[in-house]
Design a protein around this ligand. Sequence first.
Ligand code: GLN
Length: 280
Amino acid sequence: MTWYVLAEGYVAAEGYVAAEGDVVAQDEVVARLRAAGCVFAEEEAAVLRDGDPAPELLAELVARRVAGLPLEHVVGWARFAGRRVLVDPGVFVPRMRTEVLVARAAAYVRTGSVIVDLCCGSGALGAVLAAGADGPVELYAADVDPAAVSCARRNVEPLGGTVYQGDLYGALPLTLRGRVDVLVANVPYVPTAEIALLPAEARLYEAPVALDGGADGLDVARRIVAGAGSWLAPGGQVFMECGEHQAAAAATALRAAGLNPSLHHDDDLDVTVVAGTRTH
Ligand code: GLN
């Protein structure tokens, strides 16, 4: 898919351009979204109108949303844990359920903490943790996907953090070994056979590498766990998100790696956070 800049801050995919001269009346936005099957049409309309786009641009944004692009890719940002996170085309959109992981990890962030966000995507998790810290922290993020890395740089560098491109720990400078206080990772955890069942917004517009976790969905999680013991500082903790049915296997992997596991399930958001502490 080819992407091009439409106006500052907005990027369009080829094929999703409103007809020339098309403008959309303010009260028509909600109706068009609703007709296209958007359940939260009013809320989405408010997001599309944010920043008061010119009528031609608003028509373009509505056309792209109606064509099925995720709302966050249409406007180029997502609201996550009270912050506005920039989200570029193809980059995993931060989910509200991941705020559960962030809240649990935030409880362990202190002034001076070394925070690492692996599989960082847009960099949302690390950015929110660093922005919410009481004092300065060291923030490092990494992703294997160059599109994610360039997006994460826009979210993380203004906070003084650094983003690396590469495969999990292999992306990090060796000087961080044994120094990480809080390691967060919204790993891809969808089992390969279930990728086809994902909503089109994820299937068509997010990088498969951000979603596909292998046969049981835990391939990447296991690799994070395997390295955690040597990258965490004594007392440091790793936090990962997974599905409820994956939690027991994730805890077993943490224990096998010498970490002390704990599990937290949030019923409202239907998400499980697995954490592991390096105790020695
Ligand atoms: N579909 C899952 C979600 O929306 C994907 C999460 C993931 O693989 N990290 O949360």
